[in-house]
Ligand binder design. Structure first.
Ligand code: AMP
Length: 461
């Protein structure tokens, strides 16, 4: 859609029905393109959507019987010219829209312009240079709805690269086979995915032959996993970014003068989130919004601004005002330090959210919904570490009647009316009292301490 005057809004089909309906309405979508998989889901939800045209991405022979007012994609293309003159319009014209649930409250839209997309593609191509030169074969294991697959559909053509799209099979064995058969050279995605691929590499005793580079972001890549890949000959590039930053904000390639440094020193550098990319400014601030020193010690909330950083949320002044400071810096909700040489290390998260397999789960949403359960008096949701998903939510609750406590099944059944299955808590821990802060709020800090040795049910035993 970019370049023709339309706005391409990619939607996560794994959200709950409620979230999808909210997003489609808020975005004012007009035409919905879908593959065959999601036709039944859309048929169920269509009455809740505003009037939409549907286009099913298939040919006439495979068009399903459907109650959707749907056109056939291949038929639409038939007879159309294969060459098209690019229309002319201002470079600040919108080209894409992605929603994020990476802050609290309803999902928020981030509108990308043609200008921001081109600048972002240039910045990715420049800083992740060596492995993106020479027509690389790139595997993005990151969905299009997640910040336009990290902008790769724009960067790949810019560097003459090929995109290898993985489809629905994201387990280690399928990815290993795909990398091998398609001679993937550089693979991009969240740590969860690369953990799965590494297990497969160990099983087979070798990495896919052409794979030599990896870009990891979305969550912190554990240093041990970076080391494992480096030891089998894959150069890991840790990057930090957000939906609001197009996404690339920093990247962790080694400076040339460290190429020959000892392994431990190189890995320590690679485990950090790296340096800002051209066009992105960073600062860390204290609780009063005052800038803090960039000495690797001081820890504050990370603010960013730049050509590829969002200026406002789409049609959401309240969220915009909460996120931007008076000078137009965007508050990321990440808590970080920045070293004297400019390397960023993410230390914590100010936003009350859980990141599971690269996607957000709001603890506050879960808590508010769980409190509607008649057997729950008070509750809190915290993230528990998980080797595959990075984090999983656990619900800690004080029952109304300790002799008749709620069960996880009960609560999840209720929650699933509003949330997708992967957003539901993995466990319910019952407590007599929840710890409170001085101001009477539930102290998640204390809960995290209290349950630091807790093991999730699917990992226990
Ligand atoms: P999203 O907008 O869904 O892509 O999420 C952006 C958020 O993911 C950031 O604000 C961070 O909290 C987290 N994140 C992204 N990249 C990294 C990284 N390399 N290390 C740690 N956290 C990250």
């Amino acid at each position: 859609m970019s370049g023709v005057g339309a706005v391409c809004h990619t939607l996560n089909p794994r959200l709950s029905a409620e979230q999808m309906i909210y997003i489609i309405r808020h975005a004012e979508d007009k035409v919905l393109f879908t593959d065959l998989t999601f036709v039944p889901l859309l048929e169920k939800l269509q009455d809740h959507f505003p009037p939409l045209r549907y286009v099913i991405m298939t040919d006439r022979a495979h068009m399903p019987q459907t109650t959707l007012d749907a056109l056939c994609y291949e038929e639409l293309l038939e007879g159309q010219p294969t060459q098209r003159l690019w229309p002319e319009f201002p470079e600040t014209t919108a080209s894409g829209l992605c929603y994020t649930s990476g802050t609290t409250g309803d999902p928020k839209g981030v509108l990308y312009t043609h200008r921001s997309n081109v600048l972002h593609a240039l910045s990715v191509a420049t800083v992740l240079g060596p492995d993106l030169r020479y027509e690389p074969r790139i595997l993005p294991v990151v969905p299009l709805f997640h910040v336009n697959a990290w902008g790769l559909p724009f960067t790949a053509p810019l560097v003459g690269g090929s995109l290898i799209m993985p489809g629905p099979f994201l387990d280690g064995a399928s990815l290993w086979d795909l990398c091998q058969s398609e001679r993937v050279e550089t693979a991009w995605g969240v740590p969860t995915i690369w953990q799965g691929l590494f297990t497969e590499i160990q099983k087979r005793g070798r990495k896919p032959d052409a794979l030599r580079h990896m870009v990891v972001g979305g969550s912190a890549m554990p240093r041990s996993l970076i080391e494992s890949y480096e030891q089998v000959g894959v150069d890991v590039n840790h990057a930090w970014g957000m939906t609001e930053t197009s996404p690339l904000g920093t990247q962790g390639a080694l400076p040339v003068n460290k190429f020959d440094a000892p392994f431990t020193e190189r890995m320590a550098l690679k485990a950090s989130q790296g340096k800002r990319v051209f066009g992105v400014d960073m600062k860390i601030v204290d609780e009063d919004g005052q800038p803090m020193p960039q000495d690797g010690e001081a820890i504050g909330e990370l603010y960013v601004r730049g050509n590829t950083v969002m200026g406002s949320y789409f049609k959401n002044d309240t969220a915009t005002n909460q996120a931007m400071d008076a000078e137009g810096w965007f508050g990321t909700g990440d808590v970080a330090s920045i070293s004297a040489s400019g390397r960023l290390t993410i230390r914590d998260r100010a936003k009350d959210l859980i990141k599971s397999g690269g996607e957000w789960i709001s603890s506050i949403d879960l808590e508010n919904l769980a409190l509607a359960h008649p057997k729950i008096a008070q509750c809190a949701v915290i993230a528990m570490p998980h080797p595959k998903w990075d984090e999983r939510p656990v619900l800690i609750a004080k029952p109304v009647d300790p002799l008749d406590p709620p069960t996880l099944e009960d609560v999840n059944q209720m929650l699933s009316q509003n949330l997708a299955r992967w957003q539901l808590p993995d466990d319910l821990i019952l407590v007599e009292e929840l710890p409170l802060t001085a101001t009477g709020k539930i102290s998640k800090l204390t809960l995290r301490q209290q349950f630091k040795d807790y093991v999730l049910p699917d990992l226990a035993g």
